[in-house]
Design a protein around this ligand. Structure first.
Ligand code: NAP
Length: 476
């Protein structure tokens, strides 16, 4: 076993408590070659990242992966520091000074841009923003002052998702990936169908306000070239009182069969053919429809009375000159996530990722940044399923352990965790630990029991902090 000269374990920080960060903590603590103490830090009060704030609420089996992730946080040599923002409460340099190495796993926090006129109109939002809202992320559930300060009263404010959904009849979702499918499904489902999920009360109330009849999904490539997976495509056909509209002509583009060579593409085409057969028969009498428009890209988001009213679209097939306009009170841009730079860490603007070599962070000149590693979406880009993060984390941890073994990293922070806690306390920051999450967890399950559901997500920061608080001594 490689042990530091002080006989203390190496202190390794993991920034980001989503699946990629927790899988890194798992890989670090499952090995027996090097004695480590791991602190997993997240800016949110609760762990699990996109498993909690990305996976759709109507996918409970995927969301339940958090039970497995929690087992890693529960290990004796792992600590959880929630509600601590690196780059805000602590700089990268301060964190680096207090630990032996750091694995950055903070994901891809924003959306790509479409770059078309009207993109920022009221009623045009990114999928990350909508998903964050409907999964109950406290950053998307900030209470607004009913009486804003006088100097801010005139500032234009964006409409909340709840305001956008109120009375909404039709929506356009741009993108041909699984996030676009998640969003289309949530918009098309009747709120009653979502009432058994763990959605926050506010979210369910807002979803009850929509009157959606038509959701248009725009995929700029053909039906055999989308990034959708078949299970999710098939799921569209199971929504209550909702037809999936596919135009048979979209499946007959001559090159499509040759391009759709992969197994997933072939299976997707078979599903789309089933939908197209029903569309052609015109036999469905459903109240709601999801229209899958292949070979279709938006060219402009058009406004009516100051907010989104329609989307002008074009056919992307070579030589095609078909254009059209789709009515929509809401546009959701589900065109992929993008990483955000963290001050003090190298970042490649072109790719939206941290440059690295097998997880070792590199400077623009290609030199290794001592003690800095990356994993997850900020390392490889926003692709893959949750499990993809496991092998990714193993690669990064392997690089880190190799560097320790090579003597590249010298252990020097036996009291780093205590010093970090003191530094944070001096700044008025109290990290939320795993017992705090257990109390939040119990409060959500209790709330769910009262509502006849398995769990109800607490979406407001104040609710989370109140639930996290230790009961007074002698209290229950
Ligand atoms: P994605 O799979 O990369 O899909 C992004 C979509 O946006 C693609 O169809 C892309 O088209 C399109 N696009 C990009 N730029 C565009 C533009 N300027 N104009 C029009 N369309 C544009 O990303 P995602 O849907 O955000 O998903 C992220 C990852 O999470 C994926 O790996 C996904 O599988 C995973 N995920 C999985 C699940 C699940 O398993 N249930 C659920 C959600 C997410 P092109 O292909 O032509 O570039």
């Amino acid at each position: 076993m490689t042990t530091p000269s002080t006989d203390q374990p190496y202190l390794i920080a993991v920034v980001g408590a989503g699946p990629s960060g927790i899988y890194a903590a798992e890989a670090l603590t499952q090995q027996t070659e090097v004695d480590v103490q791991v602190v997993v830090i997240d800016k949110l009060p609760v762990p699990f990242g996109l498993v909690r704030y990305g996976v759709a609420p109507d996918h409970p089996s995927i969301r339940s992966i958090r039970t497995t992730l929690e087992r890693t946080l529960d290990r004796p040599n792992v600590s959880f520091f929630g509600d601590v923002a690196i780059g805000c409460d602590l700089t990268v340099a301060e964190l680096t000074d207090h630990v032996d190495a750091c694995i950055y796993a903070f994901g891809a926090g924003t959306s790509r841009r479409l770059g078309i006129p009207g993109e920022d109109a009221a009623g045009s939002i990114t999928a990350p923003d909508l998903v964050s809202w409907y999964t109950g992320n406290p950053d998307s559930h900030v209470r607004r002052p009913t009486h804003p300060p006088a100097d801010r009263a005139e500032a234009p404010r964006s409409l909340t998702p709840a305001e956008l959904l109120n009375g909404l009849a039709s929506a356009v979702v741009v993108g041909g990936g699984n996030v676009a499918l998640d969003v289309a499904r949530i918009l098309a489902k009747d709120a009653a169908e979502l009432a058994t999920t763990d959605m926050a009360d506010d979210v369910l109330t807002a979803l009850r306000g929509k009157a959606v009849t038509d959701v248009h999904l725009l995929a700029r490539r053909g039906p055999g070239q989308t990034t959708m997976t078949t299970k999710e495509v098939r799921e569209l056909g199971r929504i209550d009182d909702c037809a999936v509209v596919v135009h048979p002509a979209d499946l007959d583009w001559p090159a499509e069969r040759e391009l759709a060579t992969g197994r997933i593409a072939q299976r997707n085409l078979a599903e789309f053919e089933n939908f197209a057969a029903d569309t052609a028969a015109g036999t469905t009498t459903c109240r709601r429809r999801i229209h899958l428009h292949f070979w279709t890209a938006p060219v402009e988001i058009l406004t009516r009375e100051g907010r989104v009213g329609a989307v002008a679209v074009t056919d992307t097939r070579p030589g095609a000159d078909r254009t059209g306009v789709l009515d929509a009170g809401l546009v959701v841009r589900a065109i992929g996530y993008r990483g955000i730079a963290l001050d003090g860490l190298p970042f490649d603007q072109a790719t939206g990722r941290v440059p690295h070599d097998e997880g070792r962070v590199l400077t623009p000149a290609g030199e290794q940044v001592p003690g800095a590693y990356v994993t997850g979406w900020i390392k490889r880009g926003p692709t893959g399923v949750i499990g993809t993060n496991k092998s990714d984390a193993v690669e990064t941890v392997h690089s880190l352990l190799h560097d320790l073994d090579d003597g590249e990293l010298a252990p020097s922070h036996p009291t780093g965790l205590a010093e970090l806690t003191t530094l944070l306390a001096d700044r008025g920051v109290t990290p939320l630990d795993l017992p705090a999450w257990h109390r939040i967890d119990a409060a959500e399950v209790d709330h769910g029991r009262d509502a006849g559901r398995e769990r109800v997500t607490l979406a407001h920061r104040e609710e989370l902090l109140a639930a996290a608080r230790e009961p007074p001594e002698g209290g229950s």
